[in-house]
Design a protein around this ligand. Structure first.
Ligand code: SAM
Ligand code: SF4
Length: 465
């Protein structure tokens, strides 16, 4: 979940955009999977003659691709919907749709009670958007929130939105079969299903041909990727998929997210080690460092198991960066549990973490079974301690890189200056360095840099080659 991208609106110059007389506007919230889904939605709408716009006022269709993971995400979307309802008064033919994770949970409320939207479409129903739009155009309320056991949108070639032309997300599976007690995803996105490997390979190969140099394979739990070829009966697991993609071209980097600590295997770790173009970076959500809390969360590992997994990763790939998701203030969490979390953070020395306050979600196991009993002030204080520790760990990790050389994939200009390039190393660290005329570099090139300094979030470097 990239906070800086929440609510990002999308537009791109679709071929023939100028001739397309209908336009849609889409805002995306939540995880990378949702941003990736917006690219599938764009592809479906483009096929129906819709161009994109960044200006909601000139749109015929307004879509919010929503997230339910925390209460705050839902509140933001509701606020946006109220604003769009006002725009609709100025432009009566305009249709407003809620897509994604809030659809199932709030369909009746949004459509009937609050009359905020014309369409409600769940994450497995995007193929039916053309019919739903037609239905809504006649004035009826259009709804499809059915979840599927098969849908992977494998054959839909996503339209890359807001793309830098170098890095892309590729969805390899949908849904989740884990029942972490705090999490709404299994309810909003349905059962886990893997996408066929041939279509994934084809998409990645196509991206490489178009000039993309990095793909991030997406799934809630990528390590349980499992595809059985219906013709040959050959099984493809995640390690095999990684290898196939790594072999497309050594210049195509491969990343993936998210791994579940219980599922990431030695086979995956050895495959990562074997190929230079599989990035040495693992997002390994911790959630809590206390075995007691992990049990209540239904994470199916203990703190010892998690630490052993971290040790194994570092044993096989000493240069592998690790990041985590951490929740502060889950039901019954006491000071010792919190200290246990801080202790594992120190042990792992995470390069980065996504850190959240526990937010009770209606319908989840935790909401049914446990009381959300940690007072907000305590949750906030614990989160602040977690964030402050992570800041120190990130800085220390970056300081250790000063003086080292890395290969960097250039993604574009740095945020601060057009005279600087910004790229990432294999460990996913952002590296900024001055452009030098003699090198004639461009985005998509790999360069070697030497790190000269750092902040907690960025490495500064000089280009060597
Ligand atoms: N499937 C991934 C996994 O298991 O790690 C990530 C799923 S979720 C989209 C991303 C993160 O949101 C979770 O890892 C968790 O830390 C956080 N999260 C999920 N439900 C939450 C809740 N009810 N309150 C606070 N944070 C939550
Ligand atoms: Fe949610 Fe757990 Fe599935 Fe991740 S693994 S999506 S946290 S239920």
């Amino acid at each position: 979940m990239d906070e800086s991208r929440q609510g990002e609106s999308y537009a791109l110059e679709l071929k023939g955009d100028l001739e397309l007389n209908k336009k849609f506007y889409i805002e995306s919230y939540g995880c990378q999977m949702n941003f990736s889904d917006s690219e599938i939605i764009a592809s479906i709408l483009n096929g129906q003659g819709y161009g994109t716009t960044r200006n909601p006022e000139e749109a015929d269709l307004i879509f919010l691709n929503t997230c339910s993971i925390r209460e705050k995400a839902e509140q933001t979307v509701r606020k946006r919907l109220t604003e769009f309802k006002k725009s609709k008064l100025q432009k009566p033919g305009m249709l407003i749709g809620v897509l994604g994770c809030m659809a199932e949970r709030l369909k009746t409320k949004l459509l009937e009670e609050e009359k905020l939207v014309d369409m409600v479409v769940g994450p497995d129903a995007y193929r039916t958007l053309p019919q739903l739009i037609e239905e809504a155009e006649t004035g009826s309320k259009a709804v499809n929130v059915l979840l599927s056991r098969e849908e992977t949108y494998a054959d839909i070639s996503p339209v890359r939105l807001n793309s830098n032309g170098i890095t892309a997300f590729v969805s390899i599976m949908r849904g989740c079969n884990n029942m972490c007690s705090f999490c709404v995803v299994p309810f909003t996105r349905g059962r886990e299903r893997s996408r066929d490997d041939a279509s994934i390979l084809q998409e990645c190969t196509e991206l490489f041909k178009q000039g993309f140099r990095e793909v991030t394979l997406l799934g809630q739990n990528v390590d349980s990727y499992y595809w059985v070829d219906p013709v040959t009966n050959h099984i493809v697991d995640f390690a095999m998929l990684l290898e196939k993609i790594a072999l497309i071209n050594p210049l195509l980097r491969v990343r993936f997210s998210t791994s579940h600590p219980k599922d990431i295997t030695d086979k995956v770790l050895h495959t990562m080690k074997k190929y230079d173009n599989i990035c040495k970076y693992i997002h390994l959500p911790l959630q809590s460092g206390s075995t007691r809390v992990l049990q209540l969360m239904n994470r199916t590992y203990t703190r010892e198991w998690y630490k052993a997994k971290v040790n194994r990763i570092k044993e096989i790939m000493p240069d592998c960066a690790i990041s985590a998701d951490i929740i502060a203030g889950f039901c019954t969490e006491d000071e010792q549990d919190h200290q246990d979390t801080l202790e594992i953070m120190e042990h792992t020395a995470y390069e980065y973490s996504y850190m959240f306050i526990y937010s009770e979600r209606p319908g989840t196991l935790a909401a049914k079974r446990y009381s959300d009993d940690v007072p907000t002030e305590i949750k906030k204080r614990r989160l602040a301690e977690i964030v402050s520790l992570q800041n120190r760990l990130s800085l220390e990790s970056n300081q250790k890189d000063v003086g080292k050389t890395f290969q960097v994939l250039i993604e574009g200009n740095s945020k601060k200056s057009d005279n600087q390039w910004m790229g990432r190393n294999s460990q996913n660290k952002v590296i900024v360095f001055e452009k030098q005329n003699q090198f004639q570099q461009k985005p998509g090139d790999y360069v070697t840099v030497s790190v000269t300094g750092c902040t907690q979030g960025t490495l500064f470097a000089t280009q060597l080659m």
